[in-house]
Design a protein around this ligand. Structure first.
Ligand SMILES: Nc1ncnc2c1ncn2[C@@H]1O[C@H](COP(=O)(O)OP(=O)(O)OP(=O)(O)O)[C@@H](O)[C@H]1O
Ligand SMILES: [Mg+2]
Length: 253
């Protein structure tokens, strides 16, 4: 298909990664169409974070390809990878804001690092715009400690999108949050897609969130993608490991 939206922006082909004797990723193949949201679902230790680190070149595979926006990043030098990483925004778990910096300093961090030429007034304007996108206003001078968990997550997203990335990666964005805050974060992921057209990869073991935000779900089990597809089909997976995982949630609902 020629439609820009259906072109994969992330393509992983036959990726293998071991740490010593431990074969963590065993031939991962997946592709993420531009503008869509992929949720990678899997239990603790299944290799989710290791897989995500390959997408931004923080880890090199033993074999396989990682194609970002048409370029294989596996053979790239640190300088080339630096450029590729600007296509990405990362939303880490709760503690990832700099507590000693104001919201403004947190969100503008990457601008000051990469876009010094913009100047302070322009940076203020960009930060204000990004905060508005995540539904926050007049919080620039506050410190993270004075914000609620949901607001901190939103600041984290504003920081991740400040350089206008094409792709946003979320590593377990809702782990440890209460249901209402979880809901805020899910809405924020949906909003980022709607308002900015970003491609999102969300790593999670939160099944309810996964089914809410995903266009596609890939189920990672012991280092392999054992099933993937639209949430409505994955809901009826035949893979025993994936089935058991889903039953822990759907079984009680
Ligand atoms: N740098 C490393 N060196 C050695 N082993 C590693 C390294 N990074 C990850 N591993 C191992 O790879 C496996 C998968 O780890 P990973 O962090 O990807 O799990 P995960 O699916 O993200 O789990 P969780 O849901 O708990 O975050 C684990 O057994 C982990 O110990
Ligand atoms: Mg992890």
């Amino acid at each position: 298909m020629s439609d820009e939206k259906t072109k994969p922006i992330i393509e992983i082909v036959e990726l293998h990664k071991s740490f010593g004797e431990h074969h963590v990723l065993k031939g991962i193949t997946l592709s993420v169409p531009a503008g869509s949201t992929l949720v990678i679902l899997g239990g603790s230790g299944s290799g989710k974070t290791v897989l995500m680190k390959h997408m931004i070149g923080l880890l090199k595979p033993d074999s396989g390809r990682v194609v970002i926006d048409g370029e294989d990043i596996v053979p790239m030098s640190p300088e080339e990878l630096e450029k590729i990483r600007r296509k990405f925004g990362m939303v880490f778990q709760a503690a990832a804001l700099f507590d000693s910096m104001t919201v403004y300093e947190n969100v503008s961090f990457a601008l000051r690092e990469h876009r010094k030429e913009l100047g302070e007034a322009k940076m203020r304007e960009i930060v204000r715009d990004k905060l508005a996108i995540v539904g926050l206003k007049d919080v620039e001078d506050k410190f993270p400690a004075s914000l609620s968990g949901g607001m901190r997550k939103r600041v984290g997203l504003a920081r991740a999108i400040v350089l206008d990335p094409k792709i946003v990666l979320y590593d377990e964005p809702t782990t440890g949050l209460d249901p209402i805050t979880t809901d805020y974060v899910d809405e924020m992921i949906l909003d980022a897609k709607k308002q900015l057209g970003v491609t999102s990869v969300v790593i999670s073991h939160d099944i309810a969130s996964a089914f809410k935000v995903a266009d596609n779900i890939a189920f990672l089990y012991q280092g392999e993608i054992v099933d993937q597809g639209h949430p409505s089909t994955l809901r009826h997976t035949q893979h025993p490991g994936a089935k058991l995982f889903l039953q822990t949630w759907f079984g009680k609902n």
